[in-house]
Design a protein around this ligand. Structure first.
Ligand code: GTP
Length: 346
């Protein structure tokens, strides 16, 4: 069975980070999220992937290549123009088999794929939609579930009190090939708003499989930040390749140079070859990407820096996200989010 990863969207809500970068390539703990995702699905038994690409596709293709770096095979389904979540699935039709899993490549989650497949087989529908529980469904599409796990209805962005449940679409689907017959070719279409409601109306069998465990759609700056804090606090264990130092919640890469009088306040993560100048205070909640250079007397808290940033002596960053290679003068920045180019580290 192949996995189709939807990775072509513009990521408008996560701009400017996604101005020149596909959202699934946003770094999470020093690696593009897509990297974590492919590894997870590979570990769940998927060896053949199709990635549906459009916006800045060359960055995904350069990083993932043919998949051999992960020990899997990867093919690409390219869209000339954005076709939406259903159009992207239809466009990939020639590359898909009788049954396949579709994943929004911008959601951080863990799935027991075998359990989801058993659910799908047991119910025998055309589509299984994985669901996740959220506290407030009002910014998602909430689901009304029948007694046989059948999805009766989707209610888009319901008022909190009017939501049929707190179960929402997790953006992970197991689909039978016949679903493709219900998606128009060559024009944009939404799988959530068009295809699934149509399949339900036609009685094709659409079932909801609640997932246990962590789930986060990283589509906004707030959620993207929260994803990092969840990793730092241990709510979402994610491999970074950086080692825990001592018993404090401080992880560090290789060849890091930290001045003796700099202070790290956990939780903190520091990538490879980072330098931190004297009297700087880093943390709590700071992720410093590889090859960043932090000057003297700098304060960084509740912030995420991608690789290659330079932070000038005396700068203060609070709740900031800096993209690749950003330069910060001796300024005080609060909630600044910036990214210059789509350059990716190798
Ligand atoms: P916003 O512009 O902020 O809404 O983000 P988005 O459209 O990039 O992402 P959204 O959360 O709506 O989509 C979920 C997933 O589907 C993301 O991983 C997107 O990259 C992907 N996606 C969305 N639209 C398309 C599309 O037209 N083509 C392809 N190939 N993927 C898409």
């Amino acid at each position: 069975m192949k996995a189709l990863l939807l990775a072509g969207g513009l990521g408008t809500r996560l701009r400017p980070l996604t101005e020149h970068l596909p959202k699934p390539m946003a770094l999470v703990m020093g690696r593009p999220w897509l990297d974590h995702l492919i590894r997870h699905y590979r570990d769940q038994g998927i060896s053949r992937f199709v990635i549906a690409v459009q916006h800045r596709k060359e960055l995904i293709q350069a990083w993932v290549g043919d998949g051999s770096r992960y020990g899997v095979s990867v093919e690409y389904s390219e869209e000339k123009e954005l076709l939406g979540t259903a159009g992207a699935v239809k466009n990939a039709e020639p590359l898909l088999g009788e049954r396949f899993v579709v994943v929004n490549a911008d959601t951080a989650h863990r799935i027991d794929l075998n359990a989801a497949l058993r659910f799908h087989e047991r119910h025998g529908g055309a589509a299984t939609i994985c669901l996740t529980r959220v506290e407030d469904p009002s910014s998602y599409g909430a689901v009304a579930l029948g007694p046989q796990d059948e999805i009766l209805d989707f209610v888009e962005k319901p008022d909190k009190d009017e939501a049929p449940s707190n179960l929402v679409n997790a953006g992970i689907y197991i689909l039978e090939r016949r679903v493709l017959d219900h998606i128009p070719a060559g024009r944009p279409a939404s799988i959530e708003k068009e295809t699934f409601p149509l399949l339900i109306r036609l009685g094709c069998g659409v079932f909801g499989h609640p997932l246990d465990g962590y789930w986060m759609d990283m589509g906004t700056q707030e959620r993207y930040r929260q994803l990092h804090w969840d990793v730092l606090d241990g709510r979402f264990p994610l491999e970074s390749g950086w080692q825990q130092r001592g018993d404090k919640n401080i992880r560090m890469g290789e060849h890091v140079r930290i001045a003796a009088d700099a202070l790290l306040i956990p939780p903190v993560v520091i990538g490879d070859r980072v330098t931190i100048g004297g009297r700087s205070i880093i943390g709590p909640y700071a992720v410093i990407g590889s090859d960043c250079r932090i000057g003297r007397g700098v304060r960084i808290a509740h912030s995420i820096l991608w690789d290659n940033c330079r932070v000038h002596t005396g700068a203060q960053l609070n709740r900031c996200i800096l993209g690749f290679g950003m330069r910060v003068g001796p300024h005080i920045l609060h909630e600044a989010v910036c990214n210059r180019t789509g350059e990716m580290p190798r």
